[in-house]
Design a protein around this ligand. Structure first.
Ligand code: C2E
Ligand code: CA
Ligand code: CA
Length: 519
């Protein structure tokens, strides 16, 4: 018997259970916390990308609009300032973000939309601006009119003429984005970066990039312009970490509690069955089965009892189902087999040769890999050729089994008989009964109960008996409690009777001293 590992299951202490629950809770906390933080992080990353692209698009549109204006101004660079300054001023006035347009010829600004005629080298004004390029940008700390207000200097070169073109100074307002980002607590600021200088939401002046203390979470370049947009923020904001930790902690605790309760309950009751087995709290009782034709005992049905030290007598309806749920039905049935074997010689002295020894089987055992070995061992341990072993299987359990026909054939080949237990309570179709070639139909005591009563189920018993007759099956009526019921059943041709009217299930000692007059 491989009960060693089964018994070792019962050795798990509450401490081990607690540890297991804590570990499972921890695992759950890690998974939930981890995935929450991953999800929050992912959401935030998405929001950052959207934001930085919005700012880039805003800037791109801005420069594209400006390029169109610059294109219309470009032809003026070949003319005198006095002739074109009015148009230049007009263009600047209608472009809200432009402080001034300057016309440049040979690297020298000679005409301003703000101050008219002038003469100043672009190199002197903005040393970093490259007038040989078609487009260039620079950040400047101020303009002659607004010396303390940073601006962007933009250069649009004349497509054909070297060092000649339109120079514009712009007010760049990050206000809309400042407002936008201010609402997102995780964004700390934005920056427009040109070369090694930056205009940021942190300072009201142009700042060397090296002075920016933190690394941006996002960087993106403007298409066609040497400018980048940087976004500063928190990759793992405090609130995300707290939220993920709370989610992890909450679910971990819940899960640990659920696991703990489940494992504890499972272990406790499962353990009790195993303890019951090892301490001999289970014992069999035998209920005589009476042959209708001569009212003699034709055999017994073995029924299990559990005398629990504190809970008292536990009915089999309760513990059999539980043992099944706990995967303990195999050890429990094996134990019953052992107990029957121990009683077998006494039984064989009380019951004549050929008596039926009926044992209930649970589906969990029927489909267990050890089943065949178990029943062969059981029958081998009984006195040779004395008992006809009958296995009782409920109608419900038969229908579940796809492999049932093969298994039933095997049982028949090895000399066992099969009874359909609780017949009439399941949903058997005739076809199953015909196909399975079963030996006995045990009519459920619910039907027997209706004999002599004017209930709606009474006609069902008639139908069940007609069916049994047609199938040519041997019938056993369960739960016969009165003489009237016994007579009625015998008159209807039922083959065997079982019930309190004849005998209650008896312990071996009681069976020995049974009043034979009852038969
Ligand atoms: P079952 O197989 O239908 O067993 C017959 C049940 O009817 C038994 O209840 C028996 O004590 C009861 N009984 C017998 N005659 C009368 C009667 O005249 N009137 C009334 N009211 N009841 C009567 P028990 O022993 O409580 O068993 C209940 C069920 O538990 C059994 O129903 C069977 O399904 C299951 N069971 C019992 N022992 C075992 C076992 O060793 N293995 C398995 N798998 N199941 C078992
Ligand atoms: Ca039974
Ligand atoms: Ca039954």
């Amino acid at each position: 018997m491989s009960s060693k590992n089964i018994f070792s299951r019962s050795l798990s202490t509450p401490k081990r259970l607690l540890m297991m629950s804590v570990l499972l809770g921890l695992l759950c906390a890690l998974i939930i916390g981890g995935s929450t933080s991953f999800w929050l992080h992912h959401k935030r990353q998405e929001a950052y990308s959207v934001l930085v692209n919005d700012i880039r698009d805003y800037m791109s549109t801005f420069f594209d609009d400006l390029a169109i204006t610059a294109q219309t101004i470009q032809p003026l660079t070949t003319q005198k300032c006095s002739e074109v300054s009015a148009q230049l001023t007009y263009n600047a006035a209608f472009n809200v973000n432009v402080r001034a347009f300057l016309l440049v010829r040979d690297g020298v600004a000679y005409c301003s939309s703000a101050t008219g005629e002038m003469r100043k080298s672009v190199k002197d004004m903005v040393p970093s601006l490259k007038t040989n390029k078609l487009i260039d940008l620079a950040l400047i700390s101020g303009t002659p009119m607004l010396p303390t207000k940073p601006a962007i200097a933009v250069w649009y070169r004349h497509p054909q003429i070297k060092d000649t073109g339109v120079f514009a100074t712009l007010n760049i307002s990050l206000t809309p984005y400042l407002l936008y980002t201010a609402r997102q607590r995780d964004i700390t600021g934005t920056a427009l970066v040109v070369g090694d200088k930056a205009l940021t939401t942190f300072f009201p002046r142009v700042t060397p990039v090296t002075e920016l203390q933190f690394n941006p979470v996002r960087k993106t370049l403007l298409r066609g312009y040497p400018m980048a947009v940087w976004l500063f923020g928190d990759d793992w904001p405090h609130e995300d970490i707290v939220l993920a930790a709370l989610a992890g902690l909450g679910s971990g605790l819940l899960f640990a509690f659920a696991c703990g309760s489940f494992l504890f309950l499972r272990q406790r009751t499962g353990k009790e069955i195993l303890t019951g087995i090892s301490r001999g709290q289970f014992y069999p009782v035998y209920q005589p089965i009476i042959k209708a034709s001569n009212l003699k005992t034709a055999g017994v049905e073995v029924l299990m009892r559990w005398q629990h030290p504190t809970a008292g007598m536990i009915p089999p309806d309760a513990f059999i189902a539980f043992a099944e749920a706990q995967n303990l039905i195999v050890p429990l049935t094996r134990h019953l087999f052992t107990l029957i074997t121990a009683d077998a010689s006494t039984l064989s002295a009380l019951l004549p040769k050929g008596s039926r020894l009926s044992v209930n089987l649970a589906p969990g055992h029927l489909h267990a890999p050890e089943f065949k070995d178990d029943v062969l061992n059981f029958s081998a341990s009984l006195p040779e050729d004395h008992f006809q072993v009958v296995f009782e299987i409920t109608e419900r359990d038969m229908l579940k089994a796809e492999e049932a026909p093969a298994l039933f054939d095997w049982l028949h080949q090895h000399g066992f008989e099969i009874a359909v237990d609780d017949f009439g309570t399941g949903h058997s179709a005739l076809i199953y009964l015909e196909r399975f070639k079963l030996d006995y139909l045990k009519i459920d005591r619910g039907f027997v109960n209706t004999i002599g009563q004017d209930t709606v189920t009474a006609p069902v018993l008639d139908a069940v008996l007609t069916l049994a007759e047609r199938l040519n099956m041997t019938t056993v009526a369960e739960g016969v409690e009165t003489q009237e019921q016994a007579k009625w059943l015998i008159d209807r041709g039922v083959n065997y009777l079982q019930g309190y009217w004849f005998s209650r299930p008896l312990m071996l000692e009681q069976l020995k001293s049974r009043d034979p007059l009852r038969e």
